[in-house]
Design a protein around this ligand. Structure first.
Ligand code: ADP
Length: 404
């Protein structure tokens, strides 16, 4: 009886060992039970199985940690929902974009992101099993942000009855859209700025060709108009080129610049125009300090500011220039007794092509790019520029630069 019992137990142990062997990876040498008794063989198989299971768990943990690290370091928001549109996964970027804390598993999507379009897209993806892509505008901050949404069905379980959920990746394209808008506006502005002088040139040239050439009373005036418009075009092109150079590449020709010298030479450039317009120039304190940058560019910025102070002035008015040391900085102040700038235009005058009075700017040969160039030059020298103004009384532009 004991022998029979032992055989029965032996058979069961053999089956258990075979099962353990079958769980072990294919290719592993099976434990031969020939010389060992069945219990010893089972013990070995189980030990090996435990080892392999540990390795598998370690690998799975590592894989999961790696995936977690990738998902949480992504700037894109990643979100997974089940077939009932309940959140099953959400990375930190998505919670940040949605302006909420990390939601718990099972939170309804609508509680996380209040956006019908997102709901509808994910519901469609789950229903059709087809991926989808669309742009969304989600009111997550005061102004809302734009996202590019890419969604795909997500099958998590492997049972036949498991319903698919969906995974969504939200890419914040608010800044990209803003840049695209700026670029489009810029192209439209440039085309517009070119159109007016080009129309004048072709109009007057046609008039001359149609007979005005022989009209001694008008032909000279028409040619002067053509010439002044050609000069305007060339000024716009030159300013655009300067802006483009300032926006690309590293600053060139860095040298120590004595501020007083640069200011003096900028003043001499605008002196003739000032006296032609009956505007006097006053020199305030000229601090003898040195800044670092391109002397040519700094003088260009100062000439732009001084030329504006002269252009937007009145006969009998004055322009004052001074440089003052303030700790590790120098403040260059160009003030005038001119027409001034309305307070609601003041924040925009450093924008490209922004002009308070378009007519007057054109009349005095402005391109609307001068202050934008000043801002770029000063920022390249790690400084800043600001303006204050009183309508009808005058304006003051302050350039602050770090000392060399
Ligand atoms: P513009 O070529 O027209 O001078 P800017 O970029 O230099 O272009 O200046 C933008 C606008 O800011 C000007 O058109 C003008 O309306 C205003 N502005 C600039 N400087 C002065 C100033 N010193 N006094 C009054 N308005 C000014």
């Amino acid at each position: 009886m004991a022998t029979l019992l032992a055989r029965g137990v032996d058979r069961k142990i053999a089956r258990m060992r075979e099962f353990a062997e079958s769980l072990l990876q294919a290719g592993d040498e099976p434990v031969r039970a020939g010389s060992l008794d069945q219990l010893e063989a089972l013990d070995r198989s189980l030990l090996r199985m435990a080892g392999q299971t540990r390795t598998l768990v370690e690998r799975a943990k590592l894989e999961s940690a790696r995936r977690e690290a990738i998902l949480s370091s992504m700037v894109e928001g990643v979100l997974a929902v089940d077939d009932q549109l309940r959140v099953t996964f959400c990375n930190q970027a998505l919670a940040r974009l949605a302006g909420t804390r990390m939601p718990g598993v099972g939170t309804p999507l609508m509680e996380l992101v209040r956006d019908v379009a997102l709901q509808e897209t994910l519901a469609d993806v789950i229903r059709t099993g087809e991926p989808a892509k669309r742009n969304l505008h989600i009111p997550v901050s005061s102004s809302g942000r734009s996202f590019e949404l890419q969604a795909a069905p997500l099958i998590t379980g492997n049972k036949p009855g498991d319903k698919p959920g969906a995974i969504a990746i939200l890419h914040d394209i608010t800044d990209l859209e803003r840049l695209e808008r700026i670029r489009n506006d810029f192209v439209a502005n440039v085309s517009h700025e070119f159109r007016t002088p080009l129309a004048a040139i072709s109009g007057y040239a046609e008039t001359l060709l149609d007979g005005a050439l022989e009209d001694p009373q008008h032909n000279r005036r028409f040619l002067e108009i053509i010439n002044s418009n050609a000069i305007r075009l060339s000024n716009i092109a030159a300013d655009l080129l300067t802006l483009s150079e300032l926006q690309t590449g590293a600053p060139k020709d860095i040298e120590p610049i004595p501020v007083a010298d640069a200011l003096e030479s900028a003043l001499s450039t605008v002196a003739a125009e000032a006296s032609r317009r009956g505007v006097s120039i006053e020199r305030g304190n000229f601090e003898n300090v040195t800044v670092s940058g391109s002397r040519y560019r700094l003088e260009q910025a100062l000439v732009n500011l001084l030329a504006n102070a002269v252009k937007f002035n009145r006969p009998g008015g004055s322009v004052r220039a001074e440089s003052l040391r303030n700790g590790t900085e120098v403040r260059i102040v160009i003030s005038d007794t001119g027409v001034g700038i309305p307070s609601n235009d003041l924040p925009r005058i450093f924008e490209r092509f922004y002009r308070v009075d378009k007519g007057r700017s054109r009349e005095v040969g402005g391109t609307g790019l001068g202050l934008s160039i000043v801002k770029h030059i000063v920022e390249r020298m790690h400084g800043s520029v600001s303006a204050t103004s009183q309508l009808g009384k005058g304006s003051a532009f302050t350039v602050t630069l770090p000392l060399a």
